[in-house]
Design a protein around this ligand. Structure first.
Ligand code: NAD
Length: 498
């Protein structure tokens, strides 16, 4: 059986803590590998390696650093079929979906090739008599990323690509549920020419995360995962004086106006609600049709589509979605469906108890659809993170708008309408970080930034795009005056512009 250790100092090393976690094949339910869970001393060894390697890496010209990333992109592209297969076999998403996971990560790597431009400072000649002023962006030193199970290729790349290009050394703590791809990405970075110690992968659980949060040499923590852990990581990292940005869970609404094209709406909702078994932070989990007629038309078209969803093993390229990541996920989603029924919502399609023929022990669940969901129900308030969509009926646009506005989460939202005024008003007023107008999963491209509001994100900078370069660097401003510009005599008052 495969045993994952860690990747420290440019090579794979076995874990020494004696603690491991099991990794399942979600298609069969069998344990297929184990992953070592690092002790604080193993984390410390990675930080020491990173600390030693970082200054020389930071001293390289940024374009020279970018060439390593260029080679890495080439290597990942050449191996993407194998990577997608490995990802699907641990996560459960279909192979075409795993390709998306990898390619969206590569796009961030591509954007990070512009590091020389992104790190350029500002310059003012003649800021005062004989005075020039300039600013520079410098790497922080050793920085870290803690990532979730649901995008094991994309989110690690979102974190380490800009950080490393800025001249930092990086400690990646990926999810302990699917380490295959993050571990391979680290090997490929070394193959691409990255010096040993600049990218380290330390596998682990809470103990390892706490060691990262308390380590005096780690300057910044970028986290993605569920909201309670995001809040915890933010609080502890910042209490220890670190820079932190932590992104959490979601409950993404789709507002459906009476003038929307219902066929487009249903296509969008079925993909965004049930794709990847709903295990996406940008999945649509709440549909808000405006007006009774809109709700009835939606249900008439949506129910047969949910009933006809093609669930299959992650290797079935024709499947709409594959198994969930583990048995706990199936149990959590099933419990929420039980609760929804108890709380009085109408269960129009029930995905509980679904068995996949030939894969009876796999972590499969059918798609579920609720109608007449209200804002006090747990299926509305909580992130279910599974293939379940709740329909909440609204009478007017203003009433519909209030649902996402009042929700705890603020990651993504979409509106479907043909009316430009309504769409414009919605985009301006909504208190949510990423907005789709006739786009169900509005994930910004790599040169914009990604981040939710409210309980979906803590910290003041977003992920990828220009914000990632701001997060993983700090600004220094230099004021310079040469002896020829210095007047005789001491100055005791604060110099001002006059
Ligand atoms: P999770 O919170 O369970 O785990 C995330 C990371 O935190 C993992 O590396 C894990 O090992 C670590 N961790 C888990 N428990 C911990 C604890 N008690 N103390 C310290 N560290 C701990 O999340 P997950 O189940 O891997 O991922 C799914 C969640 O991530 C969903 O809530 C989803 O919405 C969210 N997510 C958010 C975004 C975003 O950008 N906002 C993107 C993807 C996923």
């Amino acid at each position: 059986m495969k045993e994952y250790g860690h990747f420290i100092g440019g090579k794979n090393v076995a874990g020494t803590s004696g603690k491991t976690s099991e990794i399942y094949n979600p298609n069969t339910g069998e344990v297929q590998a184990t992953v070592a869970l690092a002790s604080p001393s193993e984390l410390r060894a990675a930080v020491e390696n990173a600390k030693v390697a970082q200054p020389e890496w930071a001293a390289k010209n940024p374009q020279v650093r970018a060439r390593v990333m260029m080679k890495f992109i080439e290597l990942v592209n050449a191996e993407k079929e194998e990577l997608a297969h490995a990802l699907s076999m641990e996560h459960g998403k279909t192979i075409p979906d795993s390709h998306g996971d990898i390619l969206r990560g590569i796009e961030t790597c591509e954007f990070s090739l512009g590091v020389a431009h992104m790190m350029k400072g500002e310059y003012t000649e003649g800021a005062g008599p004989g005075i020039d002023m300039y600013s520079m962006r410098q790497p922080l030193g050793v920085v870290s990323g803690i990532t979730p199970f649901n995008f094991p290729a994309m989110i690690p790349m979102w974190k380490f690509a800009p950080a490393i290009m800025c001249g930092n050394a990086f400690i990646l703590k990926p999810s302990e549920r699917d380490p295959a791809v993050p571990m391979r990405l680290a090997e490929l970075m070394i193959e691409a020419g990255l010096p040993a110690g600049i990218l380290n992968v330390v596998n682990g659980d809470k103990e390892c995360v706490d060691a990262i949060l308390d380590d005096p040499d780690i300057q910044a923590v970028g986290f993605v995962g569920s909201t309670p852990i995001a809040h915890y990581v933010y609080s502890r990292a910042t209490a220890n004086g670190k820079r932190a940005q932590t992104f959490g869970g979601a409950k993404n609404h789709m507002i459906i106006m009476p003038d929307a094209d219902m066929d487009q709406v249903v296509d969008a909702l079925i993909g965004a609600g049930y794709g990847s078994a709903g295990e996406r932070c940008m999945a649509i989990s709440v549909a808000v049709p405006v007006g009774k007629g809109t709700a009835d038309r939606l249900i008439e078209k949506l129910v047969p589509r949910v009933e006809a969803l093609r669930v299959g093993p992650s290797t079935d390229r024709e499947a709409d979605y594959g198994p969930m990541v583990n048995a706990d996920a199936i149990e959590r989603v099933s419990k929420y469906i039980d609760q929804g029924v108890q709380e009085g919502a109408d269960l129009l399609v029930d995905g509980r108890g679904f068995k996949m023929q030939g894969y009876e022990n796999g972590f499969f669940i059918g798609g579920s659809l609720f109608d007449n969901v209200t804002s006090d129900m747990s299926i509305y308030k909580d992130e279910i993170f599974g293939p379940v969509v709740s329909i909440v009926r609204a009478n007017t646009y203003e009433e519909a708008l209030q649902y996402p506005m009042s929700h705890t989460y603020g990651n993504g939202v979409a509106i479907y309408t043909r009316d430009g005024d309504t769409a414009r008003d919605f985009a301006k007023r909504i208190n949510i970080g990423m907005v789709g107008v006739n786009v169900p999963i509005p994930v910004p491209l790599s040169y914009f930034t990604f981040g939710g509001w409210k309980a979906s994100g803590f910290g003041d900078l977003n992920q990828h795009g220009p914000d990632a370069f701001r997060f993983y660097t700090r600004t220094k401003t230099v004021t310079a005056r040469w002896p020829s510009g210095i007047k005789d005599g001491a100055e005791f008052t604060l110099p001002v512009m006059s």
